[in-house]
Design a protein around this ligand. Structure first.
Ligand code: PMV
Length: 336
C-alpha cells in the first residue's frame, strides 16, 4: 500500500466562520475569508493497512493507530479523527484501518488553529494514500466535514469559503495566491490554557444570541469590502473591517446561551495597545479566534517593531509571526 505525507498550513480568518445551518455536515451560516499561514503548519503521514500489518511493524491493525506530536492517541481523543477516516473509508468503499502520524510546527496551545491544518493534511494524505483522484474543490468539501475552517486550508494565499447550500457546494476557492501580498499574522499568546468549550459546540449555540442576525445582515458588505481590500493590498481598508468582525463574533459568543467568554485581561490590554500603536502611526489591526490570544495583522516593515512591543508585555508568553503560505503540498519524506 502507498504511504502519503502532506503539509498543510493553518489559516487566520478575516471574516469569521461562526454558526452553522447544518451541524452534521458543517454547513456555515456565512461565507468566510482567510489567509493560509506559511509558518504554522501540520505534516501528516497516512498509510492504510491491507491486512498484512506491513505498515505497523508486521502487526495487522485492529483499529486506526493515530500519533499526534509523538503521542499515541487513545479512547475519546481519537473520535473526531476516526470519524473523519470513516468518511474517507465510505467514499473509497474500503474497510481498512489507517496508521496516521501527525506533527505541528507550532504549539497546540498557541491559539493557532491546529484543526484547520490538521484536517486539511489528514484529508489529503488519507485520500492520496488510497490513490483517489480528487480535485481541490472535492478535497475542500471533505476537509470541511472534519473542521469547517479546514476547508480553507486546502488552498494557499487568500481564500474564500462559499457557504453553499449542500455538501458539494460548501467549498473554498482561492482569491489570490500567497505572493499577492506579504501580509503578516503575529499571534500574541496571552494564555495557553485549553478552551473549555470547543468551537464545534459554539457554532451550534450561535443562534441563541440575539446579536447573530445583526452580524449576518451586515456581512454581504463586509465580504465585498474585504475582497476589494485584498485585491488592492489596502491594509487601511482591510483592518477596520476585520477588527469589527472579530468583535461582532465575540459579542455573539458572549451573548449565546450558554455564554462563551474567551477573553483574558491580557486580551483587552492588547486590544487597547493595538489601537494606541495605530494612533501613534503604526499600521496594525487585530483579530481574535475562539480563544484569548490576539492575532495582529500588519505588513512586513512593521513586524519587528510589533514583536518588540508585544514582548515588552510581561503577560505575553510567546509571539509567532507568519506570512501567507501555500495550500496543501505533498512531501516525499514520511513520518514513519
Ligand atoms: O473550524 P472550526 O470549527 O474550528 O471553527 C473556526 C472558528 C474560528 O476560528 C473562530 C473562525 C474561523 O473562521 O476560523
Amino acid at each position: 500500500m502507498k504511504k502519503a505525507t502532506v503539509q498543510a498550513g493553518s489559516n487566520i480568518a478575516f471574516i469569521k466562520y461562526w454558526g452553522v445551518s447544518d451541524a452534521e455536515i458543517n454547513l456555515p451560516l456565512n461565507n468566510s475569508i482567510s489567509m493560509t499561514l506559511a509558518d504554522a503548519y501540520t505534516i501528516t503521514t497516512v498509510a492504510w493497512d491491507d491486512g498484512t500489518g506491513e505498515i505497523a511493524d508486521g502487526e495487522p491493525l485492529h483499529h486506526d493507530r493515530i500519533m499526534l506530536d509523538g503521542k499515541l492517541l487513545i479512547g475519546r481523543a481519537t473520535d473526531r479523527l476516526t470519524d473523519h477516516l470513516d468518511r474517507i473509508r465510505k467514499l473509497a468503499g474500503i474497510d481498512l484501518y489507517a496508521r496516521v502520524e501527525s506533527k505541528n510546527n507550532f504549539p497546540m496551545a498557541s491559539g493557532i488553529a491546529s484543526s484547520a491544518s490538521g484536517f486539511a493534511a489528514l484529508t489529503v494524505a488519507a485520500t492520496e494514500a488510497l490513490e483517489m483522484e480528487l480535485n481541490v474543490t472535492q478535497l475542500s468539501a471533505i476537509a470541511r466535514r472534519g473542521s469547517g475552517s479546514a476547508s480553507r486550508s486546502i488552498l494557499g494565499g487568500f481564500v474564500e469559503w462559499e457557504k453553499g447550500i449542500d455538501n458539494e457546494s460548501s467549498v473554498a476557492h482561492q482569491l489570490h495566491p500567497s505572493e499577492h501580498w506579504n501580509l503578516y499574522d503575529i499571534v500574541a499568546v496571552v494564555s495557553s490554557a485549553e478552551k473549555k468549550i470547543s468551537s464545534a459546540s459554539g457554532h451550534i449555540i450561535a443562534n441563541s444570541s440575539p446579536l447573530l442576525d445583526g452580524r449576518i445582515n451586515g456581512l454581504e458588505c463586509a465580504l465585498r469590502d474585504v475582497r476589494t481590500a485584498i485585491d488592492e493590498r489596502n491594509l487601511e481598508q482591510l483592518g477596520p473591517i476585520i477588527e469589527h468582525d472579530a468583535l461582532a463574533m465575540h459579542s455573539i459568543m458572549m451573548t449565546s446561551d450558554p455564554s462563551l467568554f474567551y477573553w483574558q485581561p491580557g486580551t483587552v490590554e492588547l486590544i487597547q495597545s493595538a489601537r494606541q500603536w495605530r494612533n501613534d502611526g503604526l499600521p496594525v489591526y487585530f483579530t481574535i479566534d475562539a480563544g484569548p490570544n490576539l492575532h495582529l495583522i500588519c505588513e512586513e516593515e512593521s513586524v519587528d517593531e510589533i514583536c518588540d512591543l508585544l514582548l515588552k508585555k510581561s503577560f505575553v508568553q510567546q509571539v509567532i509571526a507568519s506570512q501567507p503560505g501555500p495550500g496543501v503540498e505533498s512531501r516525499s519524506e514520511h513520518l514513519f
